[in-house]
Ligand binder design. Structure first.
Ligand SMILES: Cc1ncc(COP(=O)(O)O)c(C=O)c1O
Length: 351
């Protein structure tokens, strides 16, 4: 059997390795677990599982519209933002067209591009940040999509409000920017702003978000895109009839209102960062200040070896070799106890 030519360069996704009993701090999940309001909604909804879900996720989309003060036709929901990226590529990317993104960033942009026969151009990060000028220089008349993670995974760096605006002003109208804000809720820097404030001004901007991180619902699979209705409504053409399951729709709408849980999550993350930054500096580790719920740290040795050694001692972190950053690791900020244990393990590298 012959697979499609474009898939010859695609290898199936390999999730971060872990082992039974190890603490998993490798996938930027919420160390506090799922949003309690989401869990209560799931329990209430169980008896309706014999019914198909609403194919347009209307109630969830209404809740998102209220949350962001945009009209409901600005939103589309998906089975994780991973599905949203594929839906966007499936809607706009013609075979042979180009996708532009960075070299060290989230791998699903590459996957979505290749899946639909696109050619993916990867522009190097500069000091761990997306390089707006480099991305613009890489754009040709064949370019259809640009993906920027803001903040970026795995570096945790961000592009400022004015950088994104200036990028949009220079981006050809025929090219769509997909601004992936999977970690935006964690970003506290005063120069950070969400693309939400720009979607009505730029009809070639799509902003994506997820319930996997701050809301602690990675296992449920729920993400969404927001953008100008002219753009978003086109994406519905690529969507399968019932792409978001019933439990995810109900849980997502409730999670949006879980202010107490969000407050606790943000506090844990900022306290953790304060402790970790200090400990990393004291122990001479270079890292990128992060606007997300993880930290990217230079370990000056093969990250795979560090990964194996930490896993043997009961902690899974993410080695960044597959991101082209072989001497770096990414650590998801955990509980106070987990952060202390991580620093203890890191210190052993200097012994
Ligand atoms: C930058 C970025 N975007 C999107 C995702 C995936 O989100 P989802 O779980 O909604 O598919 C991740 C997950 O790690 C991520 O790091």
């Amino acid at each position: 059997m012959k697979i499609r030519k474009t898939l010859e360069s695609v290898t199936p996704y390999v999730a971060g390795k872990t082992k039974a009993g190890a603490v998993k701090l490798s996938s930027n999940e919420n160390p506090l677990g799922p949003s309690p309001r989401a869990l209560a909604a799931i329990s209430r909804e169980m008896n309706h599982l014999h019914r198909y879900p609403d194919g347009r996720s209307s109630l969830l989309i209404q809740a998102l519209a209220e949350h962001f003060s945009l009209s409901s036709d600005c939103f589309i929901a998906g089975n994780g933002s991973d599905e949203i990226f594929a839906l966007i590529a499936g809607t706009y990317l013609e075979e042979g067209q180009e996708v532009v993104t960075a070299d060290s960033t989230f791998s699903e942009y590459n996957f979505s591009g290749l899946l639909f026969g696109g050619h993916v151009k990867k522009v190097p990060l500069v000091k761990g940040r997306f390089d707006p000028d480099g991305l613009l220089n890489a754009i040709t008349e064949k370019t259809s999509l640009v993906f920027i993670a803001n903040p970026n995974n795995p570096t945790g760096t961000f592009l400022s409000c004015s950088e994104i605006k200036s990028f949009m002003d220079r981006l050809p109208d025929s090219v769509i920017l997909v601004l992936d804000e999977a970690y935006a809720e964690f970003a506290g820097h005063r120069d950070f702003c969400s693309g939400r404030d720009m979607v009505m001004d730029y009809p070639n901007l799509l902003v994506t978000r997820t319930f996997s991180k701050i809301y602690g619902l990675a296992g449920l699979r729920l993400g969404y895109a927001m953008g100008h209705p002219d753009l978003v409504q086109e994406i519905f053409r690529s969507k399968q009839a019932f792409n978001v399951n019933l439990l995810a729709q109900k849980a997502g709408a409730e999670a949006l209102k879980d202010d107490e849980f969000i407050r606790k999550t943000l506090k844990l993350c900022s306290d953790g960062k304060e402790y970790l930054y200090k400990a990393l500096e004291e122990n001479g580790f270079f890292f990128y200040p992060s606007e997300a719920n993880f930290i990217c740290i230079k370990v000056d040795r093969d990250s795979k070896e560090v990964f194996d050694s930490f896993l043997d001692q009961g902690m899974a972190i993410r080695p960044l070799a597959s991101f082209g950053m072989n001497e770096w690791i990414r650590y998801t900020i955990g509980t106070e106890e987990q952060n202390r244990e991580f620093i203890r393990l890191l210190k052993t590298l200097k012994e």
